[in-house]
Design a protein around this ligand. Sequence first.
Ligand code: FAD
Ligand code: FMN
Length: 761
Amino acid sequence: MKVNCIGGGPAGLYFAIQMKKLNPKHEISIFERNPQGSTFGWGVVFSDGTMDRLKNADEESYNQICHALNHWDDIEVSFKGRAIRSSGHGFCGIGRQRLLDILEARAQALGVSLNFEENIDVDNYRDADLVVACDGIFSQTREKYRTIFQPDLDRRKCRYTWLGTKKLYDAFTFLFVERPEGWFQAHCYQFDAETSTFIVECREETWFKVGLDKFDSQQSVAFCEELFSEHLQGARLLSNSAHLRSSAAWINFQRVNCARWHHENIVLLGDAAATAHFSIGSGTKLALESAISLAEEVNREPRLENALVRYEQLRRVEVLKLQNAARNSTEWFETISQRAQLQPEQFVYSLLTRSQRVSHESLRLRDAAYLSSYETWWYQENSGQSPAKLTPPMFAPLRIRALELSNRVVVSPMAMYSAVEGTPTDFYLVHFGSLALGGAGLIFTEMTNVSADARITPGCAGIYTDAQTEAWKRIVDFVHTNSQAKIGMQLGHAGRKGSTRVAWEGMDLPLVSGNWELVAPSALPYTAANATPREMNENDMQRVLADFVAAAKRGVQAGFDMLELHCAHGYLLSSFISPLTNLRNDEYGGSLEGRLKFPIQVFTAIRAVCPVGMPLSVRISATDWVEGGTTPEEAIIIASHFREAGADLIDVSTGQVSPEQKPVYGRMFQTPFADQIRAASGIKTMAVGNIFEPDHVNGILAAGRADLVLLARPHLADPHWTQRAAATLGYADQWWPKQYVSAKRQLETNLKRANQALGAI
Ligand SMILES: Cc1cc2nc3c(=O)[nH]c(=O)nc-3n(C[C@H](O)[C@H](O)[C@H](O)COP(=O)(O)OP(=O)(O)OC[C@H]3O[C@@H](n4cnc5c(N)ncnc54)[C@H](O)[C@@H]3O)c2cc1C
Ligand SMILES: Cc1cc2nc3c(=O)[nH]c(=O)nc-3n(C[C@H](O)[C@H](O)[C@H](O)COP(=O)(O)O)c2cc1C
């Protein structure tokens, strides 16, 4: 097979090596525009896990790389005059040029043709069986065929410059320095016997405020030396981009995603296809692993098209996972100013777990002493008492106004569609009863509707009649009498998403018969299949507001411990907030403040009729996941408005506002929004969404991403989720109903034995 590779970076070189190893007869040519021995940047890091993969793929280059590596275990973070270190992280660094030298020599030895100083236009090199476009993050090939590859390029909010220094850092070191214009951070690590990488980064607006756009390269380096002088201790910073204008030496990272990775005989590889922000140090790893996969598929599959399809299928998932982690990490570094109020201990924990790939328990495995001391610190900070024994964060109590929660696990609101005329049936008594016995600190009712025409479906529960209030009181009384759980009610109005069938008869589909009139801020149907709602007038709003107030009073009467106002998921109040669903041009539309006016009026009216000691939360969709919809930045403003109106907590969900939404799912995928809202507006948050392991819950709480953690589906699968979590973590003080104590003992013993057996292996 004849192959032309455009670009002699790690992706192209490693692909060529793999191809030659699989079949020495392949004719592989690499064309690189730079001269040999000249590249951008300094050192790159690999995790120990990446190194294992390289060993399997090519032992010769692996051995050479190992020889050139600098290995370290510690991460040190310097923030507000404190330096905090943790261990067990297992990284190694290598000079980028050294890595390229090793790969070039290996490729050459295998018979690959290396051609330097050749700036290639893909169309002049299509006369091969395969053309690999491994021409980096700014790939010209990708741009030339952009209508086919459909790149989605996301220019991020920070500027960075990649420098080096002769100061040797014995840990992966993060430095944070504040200037009047904003925060600067440096990512530093030693990568050979004499040199460390020193990447300096700041928000773009900070960069402009300082005037770095007007500095030449030397001035810019001098500025960084001065800024980090305390940490450089006299060492100089070095630039290998002196030939670039300063503004070009400071780059905005670009996240690259492409709808397609191949076209006829051209295939994208490495940064040309997909990038991962340098703060998780995985771009080269992704490029190398994709190179292995592409070579394998091309050699395995006789039809090129099939091979390229399979390569894309295999790699997309892996790439997406890393890009999710990288996105979390990028956003973390972009929002330092919001996190600056954190104490150094929590700032550091938050940094270590920022990508959501390093979990609470994996930190324990890395450095048990660090984690124990952090857990103790966290417990004291968050409960005001010293823990008698080590207590995982999820079992720390929380007081909000007069409400005392015994732990921080919450059953998220879940519609059960089993009410009759809005009245909760015995199904609800058993459902909430078993959840209460299962050990969560707080359980929420489903979206409970404030009038018959506020319901989503005929099976939805309400709280607008005396019979309903009585039925709820029976449930609340059971919970209070038989468990330590508290119970909150979520109040809502379906708006344009009402008058539909129960979930198992077709989600969001209108009723076959007996539909009722829908109201909404604007006369826009949810989908073409749904009825068009009537645009609400002042009278409608007054009536709905009165319904919410009456429902809140009934909630208090039924004995609920807290109330939540449902302003998410495209239901009535949510559709006032979103610009996609509120096209009004009166005072209840237009600007975000206008769109928030009615939801805030409703909230304020509810606050006024609830006891002062009763907490109120608001569930919001922190993003609509649609261009032109609510953004995460607006979610911070929304949260601040509710906070000013007296909300105690924001329950941070996302989406379901428009069927056009394109959510990015993953583990804990909504938690970064809760984190940002909490950091920026100072209000307590509740995190929800694909959180299913005790480790997730502890990590979220310990990092200060949220104050309570909600689990929905995991509680349907196991109402005893909290008790099981306690037994798994070896926390013996978790409450169990006295009737079930024998099960507690057995579960704890069995899990202990299983752990011991694992330890013995
Ligand atoms: C500041 C920073 C720090 C990083 N740190 C790490 C890290 O610690 N760990 C890690 O794994 N990754 C890291 N990365 C990411 C890593 O550098 C990239 O993901 C990796 O280089 C991708 O390899 P590649 O071969 O796809 O692209 P590149 O390395 O960019 O190589 C592409 C090559 O194509 C050449 N080229 C471009 N156009 C043409 C053309 N028309 N004709 C001929 N040649 C052309 C370029 O000159 C270049 O040599 C970092 C990146 C940055 C910016
Ligand atoms: C069956 C079911 C019903 C739901 N009903 C509601 C609801 O009434 N109100 C609400 O705000 N969210 C509702 N949700 C969303 C959940 O509260 C939660 O946000 C979502 O399921 C993500 O959490 P999970 O990944 O733990 O399931 C419902 C979810 C499920 C699975």
